[in-house]
Structures are given as C-alpha cells and as structure tokens.
Design a protein around this ligand. Sequence first.
Ligand SMILES: Cc1ncc(COP(=O)(O)O)c(C=O)c1O
Length: 360
Amino acid sequence: MSRAYNFGAGPAVLPETVIERARDELLEWGDARMSVMEMSHRGAHFSEIAEDAENRLRRLLSIPDGYKVLFLQGGAQLQFSAIPLNLLRGKNRADYVDTGQWSSKAIAEARRYCEVNVCASAKDCRYTRIPAESSWEKDAKAAYLHYTPNETIGGVEFQHVPDSGTVPLVGDMSSNIFSRPIRVDRFGLIYAGAQKNMGIAGLTVVIVREDLIGKAEKVTPSMLDYKVQAEAGSMANTAPTFAWYIAGLVFEWIEAQGGVAAMAKRNETKSKTLYDAIDASDFYSNPIDPACRSRMNVPFTLASPELDGDFLKEAHAAGLEGLKGHRSVGGMRASIYNAMSLDGVKALVAFMADFEKRKG
Ligand SMILES: Cc1ncc(COP(=O)(O)O)c(C=O)c1O
C-alpha cells in the first residue's frame, strides 16, 4: 500500500526524502558505527549534527547576530511558562493578544506569573478574524507582547508582524515557522514546537535576543532558564537528539527546495487551491475572514454535521488522513504544512468535489 496524504495538525507530514534519509542512516550514522539514537549528545558526531542543524536554521531565517537559538524539550506549552519566567525581568505586566485557543492557553499560563493585559481579543467574534491593530490597547510598560502568528485550531493567521514599539515582541510560531519569510529582528523571542514544520515531536526551538537572557525570576527551574541552556549549548539536560537530527534533515530539505521564500510561494498556491474550492461550493464553508485565513490550517464544515462520519470514512478509503476537525470545533481541518505537496491538496479537492456531487 502507498503512503496516505496526511492532513493531521501535528505530529504531521514529513518530506518523504527526510524519512528515507533517516531510514538509510538509522543503523549507522556516517562513520560513527552507531545510530544517532545511541550517540552521546556531547560526542563529536552529535556535535556535528547539532551545529549543522543550527547553522541551517540560522541561514534559512537569516537570523541576525545577537540572537541565541535553543533546542529544548517540553513542547511549546512549557514555553508558555518559560517566557514570563525569563522575560518579566522584574516587571509584573505583560501584553497578550487573544486570537484563539492557543493564545488563550498562553494567557492562562502567564496569569500564574504576572498580570496579563489582554490588549486585543477576537473572542467576541468567535475568533474568526484578527482585531485591527489600531484598536489594540497596548501597555508601553509591558515586559513583552505575546501573540500567536498562526492559530492551529481556529485557522487564523497574521499576514503581518505587529508593531510592539520598544516592548519585546514574542511569537508562538509552532504552526507556521518556515512557512514564509519573517524578519527575526522584529522579535524579542520566537518559539515553536517541531512537530509541524520542523520535524518530529520532542523538540522545541527558541530564538531569543541575547539582551533578554540572564534575568530570569529566582524561582525559575534551572532547565527553563534561557541563560543556563544558552551557556550549555542547549545541553544542560540530555538534548532531544533524534528530534534535533530530524530537524536538521528538514532544514536541509527546505534549503534544497529554495528556502523559506519558495515554501511561501508553494503554501500560497496550496492554500488558494483549497480555499477557492471551499468558496466555490455551497456545500463546504470556512468561517474565517478571508484577510486572516491561515495558509497552514484550513478548517471547514460540511452542509450537515451528520455527513462528517461518511466524509472521514470515505476520505480514509481514498488515502486522505487526519482530516477530523479539532474536538472543540468539530467539522474538518486540513493542515497543509510545508511538507504537504500540491498533489496532496489537489487530491483532497478532487475528493471533496466528488463527495459533494454524491451527497450534496
Ligand atoms: C500554536 C501552537 N502553540 C502551542 C502548541 C502546543 O504545543 P506542544 O504540544 O508542543 O506543547 C501547539 C500545538 O499544536 C500549537 O499549534
């Protein structure tokens, strides 16, 4: 049987060549005479893998001098705590923009450590659009401003980087990192779980401006202190070696495809193909303001929720997986990360048209 098209939100589809390369190197990596899975994180071979991955990441995102890149464990959600613990720097207020479930979770976690000023919220319109930046009630004295560039569950994505003035800007790019070029110098900190556009679960990347490091709250667990991790080259604890290695292979793949700008072009074509199909039909619909639609996660509903079961069953038979919407929203969601091909999206669109013809 051939591999399915995987539209799951994460862990998600990987480039096939990355999996093949990992398979070819699984038993013995280079001249190490052992698997990456068996290597010491401090040994020469893994050091080479780690450095190579970081260099590629820095090149892909054109990271300027003055930023540390950390390869950590604990998932993006542990950063919901690490960020206030490290970035409050004696202040007691932080700005958060609430555009959906992931920003709401980040807000709830930050409230354990400081006063949160929700400077803009899209809750009233059920997170179907992003409030105009001119309406945000920002606090010039906030320790930082946190936002979620892409809401994986709701399917809402910022098309621009907000202006936080001199307040450090923090972005949770878990589901859209490497999907389009970004100006890293606009940010104090960027973080992302690896399991969507960077590889496999178990790794979280943090890109942090150096002047924000070294002022963690006293109670910060050492392993969450960016200074401790930066000084140890992200190896204060045993690093997530295999996930780090896979991320390096994914970075190599992105470079071979033409880099992040090429990814952006592909993602634009892929998402347009899917949204055009949804908009052209009376059977499918997507509730998001077209100006804020995500290029990565496309939620959609069918004319009747009673058809959801049939849709998923038949999609599975057609080799299309992972389409069930998030349990809190229902309906469907197609995650079309970097590694999803245009062919995969076209196969989904063709299936949707056929399903509509038969059941609509
Ligand atoms: C935008 C965003 N933030 C945070 C998370 C949580 O990531 P983790 O499960 O790695 O903690 C996710 C996971 O899907 C996400 O999409």
